[in-house]
Ligand binder design. Structure first.
Ligand code: ADP
Ligand code: MG
Length: 255
């Protein structure tokens, strides 16, 4: 279980300092899929970076199962799929996907085999030797997700994984993620600015205010699992989505 308590983060010092996060508290239970929704610039990526151990928080605590792991320990505990797909243009899809394992010290041939075995499940069969620019946006995101998935971390942090895609591809990938999640399970914190995506995929939604970011509301998404994106088309789901839209739009007017 992830427990964040009173976390604050300031960038810079003196007059130019920016309070990115202030008094952020949230928990994500084992096996829970949580979403974090908020306007651009409210500190969502900052929070994921702190959780993942890429940066240090100034105040508060980040606990995992009641322990306080160091930033370095968190780097090994959380799987992080960043906002940009970060695929190297000169490496093939397979070489990109296996990279995470290779960096961890897994033998190159074994890493490539383990990656290749999962290409069909991730809708990438036949594209092993293509370069990133030869893949569609949706395929690049699936490749990026597969690279993160291969590290077999118990907790995934996903930063607006579908944000840069067109609406149709985004819808397809949301369905795909819902189905994949039904199969693989684990805990996740998904950052998104799309209320529909948050409701379609998650068990709970945390709403964040503009800078300095803090959690202003928590919504339970009481839709049946295993989830399909059709679950987000029910009346109950629509009410939640409308409510979230209202919340986040109101925030953006203030911003
Ligand atoms: P979001 O992901 O919600 O769009 P970010 O976490 O990227 O927001 O940014 C939150 C705020 O912190 C923004 O005002 C941004 O300009 C600022 N910020 C983010 N990273 C840095 C940094 N490394 N140095 C200084 N300011 C930063
Ligand atoms: Mg961001």
């Amino acid at each position: 279980m992830l427990q964040i308590e009173g976390v604050g983060k300031r960038y810079g010092t003196g007059e130019g300092a920016i309070d990115a996060l202030m008094d952020v508290s949230l928990t994500v239970a084992d096996g829970e899929f949580a979403a974090l929704v908020g306007p651009s610039g409210c500190g969502k990526t900052t929070l994921l970076n702190l959780i993942a151990g890429l940066d240090e928080h100034d105040t508060g605590s980040i606990q995992v199962d009641g322990q306080s792991p160091s930033a370095e320990e968190r780097l090994r505990y959380f799987g992080y799929m960043p906002q940009e797909d970060l695929l190297f243009p000169w490496r093939s899809a397979l070489e990109n996907v296996s990279l995470g394992l290779e960096v961890q010290g897994v033998d190159k041939r074994e890493a490539r085999q383990r990656a290749a075995d999962l290409f069909p499940q991730f809708g990438l069969a036949g594209f092993e030797h293509r370069r990133p620019h030869e893949l569609s946006g949706g395929m690049r995101q699936r490749a990026s997700f597969l690279r993160t998935y291969l590290l077999a971390r118990p907790f995934l942090l996903l930063d607006e994984p579908f944000g840069a895609l067109d609406a149709i591809t985004r819808g397809q990938l949301q369905s795909w993620l819902a189905e994949t999640w039904n199969r693989i399970g684990g805990s996740a914190l998904l950052v998104t600015h799309d209320p529909h995506e948050a409701v379609a995929l998650s068990d709970r939604v945390f709403v964040m205010s503009p800078r300095p970011g803090t959690i202003t509301n928590v919504l339970e998404v009481d839709l049946p699992r295993p989830r399909t994106t059709r679950a987000a088309e029910t009346e109950a789901a629509h009410q939640l989505i409308d409510y979230l839209r209202h919340e986040t739009e109101a925030e953006e007017v203030i911003a």
